[in-house]
Design a binder for this molecule. Structure first.
Ligand code: PBG
Length: 367
């Protein structure tokens, strides 16, 4: 028997369970060379890695389409899908194309989408007034999606950045230097109520203002939306990995000006305890799901939350994590599919129950 035959026997993937008879004939020490040297080992972990069948049997973590949430960008008008330059395969869709995209996702077993609007620059101002307009892009999108695909889980972002000229997630004080907490939360609560009214399953505050989850829960309950859940961006770090996203929704600063600094509200990437504290606050304030973002560089934070809460945990593999895998693959330096799969499995293994990822559709095709 060739080594390939030996190592492939009992391969569960190929339905070759009957290969057990075959297995009996594997020589006990098939890889021994003619040498005197032999370790007297009680434990040989490689025994359980000998064949694909055994490896599958002891696999601890698996990723399913059910674990995935696809972040999607929606734009005004009827135009063609617009590619996001730094995110190969990601497009800003018009409303009808978006419905089609969601239909495909559902068929592939991806149950949920997270919506991000690209707001027309002419509608942006310092007060983010478009954020609470009755008929704004994201509300129209939710209504249309829920009408066309009632079973689709729709998640909407609650933050002001797509609507402010400055791109911050909150309102600024008169000096233009300070992001105001409580006045921002008031607007966020209104946004959450409108999103609930339009039919979303989960509102997802991504702003990192203090007290917003509790205030939002109260606002939703008061207006009768007790069944609308809150997926809280609990540990959202001030990360460089959001760059491509800001290009996609147009919230980045103009070329040549310094990038947006969100350090007065997003977490310091150095702080693990502070991230735990933020998540605890969100749990106490009534979050239904807590989130860590970005995901890949923050696996320890995901694990901390896993060990400290019984709530489901979401992790957001952000735009920059997606972009870096694609960029390396384009250079021929990494294998796109294998790196993608490993990056997502690692996030799941760290303790995430669900993953927001721009790879959702592609990987779902393989699951
Ligand atoms: C802002 C928001 C951001 C992302 C989701 N919501 C970026 C930011 O904080 O500037 C980033 C997602 C990504 O990079 O994929 N509310």
């Amino acid at each position: 028997m060739s080594p390939e035959q030996i190592f492939n026997c009992g391969d569960l993937e190929n339905g070759a369970l009957s290969g057990f008879a075959f297995c009996e004939s594997i020589p006990l020490f098939s890889d021994r060379m003619e040498t005197e040297f032999e370790l007297n080992l009680q434990r040989r972990p490689r025994r359980l890695r000998r064949s694909a069948g055994i490896r599958n049997m002891i696999q601890e973590t698996t990723l399913g389409a059910n674990d995935l949430i696809a972040p999607l960008f929606v734009k005004e008008g009827e135009g063609e899908p617009e590619p996001v330059e730094s995110m190969p395969g990601v497009f800003r869709h018009n409303l009808s194309d978006l419905v089609r995209e969601c239909e495909e996702l559902l068929k592939l077993g991806v149950p949920a989408v997270a919506l991000f609007p690209q707001v027309d620059p002419s509608l942006k101002n310092d007060q983010a007034s478009e954020a609470t307009q009755e008929n704004n892009l994201v509300l129209r999108t939710v209504r249309k999606l829920k009408e066309a695909l009632p079973e689709l889980i729709v998640i909407t972002d609650v933050a002001l950045d797509p609507y402010t000229t400055h791109g911050h997630d909150g309102l600024l004080d008169e000096s233009g230097q300070i992001i105001l907490n409580d006045p921002t939360v008031e607007v966020l609560c209104r946004m959450a109520q409108q999103q609930a009214e339009s039919g979303v399953d989960l509102v997802a505050p991504s702003d990192m203002m203090d007290g917003r989850v509790g205030a939002m829960r109260e606002a939703l309950d008061e207006s009768g939306f007790t069944e609308t859940g809150i997926m809280a961006y609990s540990a959202k770090f001030a990360s460089a990995y959001y760059g491509p996203f800001r290009e996609a929704v147009g919230s980045a600063k103009a070329a040549g000006t310094p990038g947006l600094d969100k350090k007065t509200y997003q977490l310091n990437p150095a702080n693990r305890n502070e991230a735990s504290m933020e998540a605890q606050l969100d749990v106490l304030e009534g979050a239904d799901i807590v989130m860590v973002k970005p995901a890949g560089p923050y696996l320890d934070i995901i694990r901390d939350l896993r060990n400290n809460t019984e709530l489901p945990i979401a992790a957001y593999q952000v735009s920059g994590e997606y972009a870096q895998i694609h960029a390396a693959a384009q250079l021929g330096w990494l294998d796109l599919e294998k790196t993608r799969d490993e990056s997502l499995l690692g996030i799941k293994r760290a303790g995430a129950d669900m993953i927001l990822t721009y790879f959702a559709k592609d990987i779902a095709k393989t699951l």
